[in-house]
Design a protein around this ligand. Structure first.
Ligand code: DOR
Ligand code: ZN
Ligand code: ZN
Length: 414
């Protein structure tokens, strides 16, 4: 079939460096078959998967077992973030760089965090060991102690919005400040995930200006939703870290315009509708988003800067969903179209207006907080390794022969 690309931007296959594809143990929410289809339908051809599965991925052995489960089942290429074992943070010093792209630390506990490093001694050990092993850290930087205290005092919340209003902004600020201090002391490379408030953005940018090796991610969710959506959608928009105000979202967009985040991630974290509607406290945090990511960010860019030439938006998308995460995580051959790169391509048709509905959702969870959104672009076709893996015209997918990207070998395989 002839490919006509005259109506589309031809982008490098996009990288989503933050997904939860739920294998092993949580495959009633998502699996690599569905997750891969959602990804390529959104122009994403490479994902990096998080370790909070059941059991969590805390050792190289567990990670190899996960890779074996994914092999032959998914449309995307993939790599993994390893979880840090709170009992043995020193293991990071000898982590085999061929196995994991980074090590992930959860600094706060919630339904979906299997392992938490809260104690200063644990965090110092982990940062020192990561620096020694040359390991890139990625961090869920939240401190939930004040929230736990307030929540205990105030008793049963009447609504999800009321519950979230108890969550002090200081939780994220304190944790980000801790990370910056740990980076200053140990020289560890630290990437702070899903920045959610303006104060956090100010802190990290100041640390970067001071020359510290700290980078950050913003998510499609935090760029797309505010607490007004939380009022409308209730606990479905429950997310950790929480979705905040319009002023916070404006600050995150300022960071995007200034080219400050290294990556935009989806934090694709599906839960079933039944789980999300169990009640304010019982509803787990997390929303799907790998499929919506590129078009939602594109839509946000076009709405916020309608007078800007769309080429600028395309360039920004390629940086934040291409070269940025590629360079940070060493994804050789990805994220750019150049000699020697993999033939992964995403065709994005700009100014193609359509409304997203539940029927479009490819994630196994079957719902999206973007239902009813009018999107300002469409991913018409996606290629991975030179073959069509998504064709929007007839709604078909390719072969699930995505491969594990290991730094040891440019073209995968250990
Ligand atoms: O909202 C969240 N959901 N935050 C996390 O850190 C984990 C994620 C999940 O796995 O559901
Ligand atoms: Zn997180
Ligand atoms: Zn996450």
């Amino acid at each position: 079939k002839r490919i006509d690309a005259r109506d589309a931007y031809v982008l490098p296959g996009l990288i989503d460096s933050h997904v939860h594809f739920r294998t092993p143990g949580l495959t009633h929410k998502e699996d690599w078959e569905h997750g891969g289809r959602a990804a390529v339908a959104g122009g994403v051809t490479t994902v990096l998967d998080m370790p909070n599965t059941v059991p969590p991925t805390l050792t190289e052995q567990a990670l190899r077992q996960k890779a074996a489960l994914v092999n032959g089942r998914t449309l995307v290429d993939y790599g993994f973030h390893l979880g840090v074992d709170p009992e043995r943070p020193e293991l990071l010093a000898s982590l085999d760089p061929a196995v994991a792209r980074s090590a992930k630390i959860f600094m706060a506990g919630h339904h979906t965090a299997p392992t938490v490093l809260r104690e200063p001694a644990q965090l110092q050990k982990a940062f020192a060991a990561a620096a020694e092993g040359g390991v890139q850290l990625v961090l869920h930087a939240e401190d939930d102690s004040l929230f736990a205290l307030l929540d205990g005092w105030w008793g049963e919340p009447g609504s999800y919005a009321e519950y979230e209003a108890r969550r002090p902004r200081s939780g994220g600020i304190v944790a980000v400040a801790k990370v910056i201090e740990l980076v200053r002391r140990h020289g560890t490379k630290a990437h702070i995930l899903h920045l959610s408030s303006r104060e956090e953005a100010d802190l990290v940018c100041a640390a970067q200006n001071a020359g510290l090796p700290v980078t950050f991610e913003v998510t499609g969710h935090h760029l797309s939703f505010t607490d007004e959506d939380t009022h409308r959608l209730g606990a479905r928009t429950r997310l950790s870290p929480a979705i905040r105000s319009r002023a916070d979202q404006d600050r995150l967009w300022e960071a995007v315009w200034a080219g400050q985040p290294t990556a935009i991630g989806s934090d694709h974290a599906p839960h079933t509708v039944e789980e999300k509607t169990r009640g304010v406290r019982q509803s787990p945090p997390g929303l799907p988003g790998v499929q919506e990511l590129a078009v939602a960010v594109w839509t946000g860019m076009r709405r916020r800067r309608p007078d800007e030439h769309p080429d600028r938006a395309a360039e920004r998308l390629v940086r934040l969903l291409g070269s940025g995460p590629t360079d940070l995580f060493g994804l050789t051959g990805k994220g750019r179209i150049e000699a020697g790169s993999d033939a992964d391509l995403a065709f994005l048709r700009p100014d193609d207006t359509w409304m997203l509905s539940a029927a479009d959702v490819r994630s196994k969870c079957g719902w999206s907080a973007y239902e009813g959104w009018t999107m300002a672009a469409r991913v018409t076709r996606t290629l991975r390794a030179g073959r069509v893996v998504w064709d929007a015209e007839d709604g078909t997918f390719g072969e699930p022969d995505g491969r594990w990207l290991t730094p040891a070998d440019k073209h995968g395989g250990l």
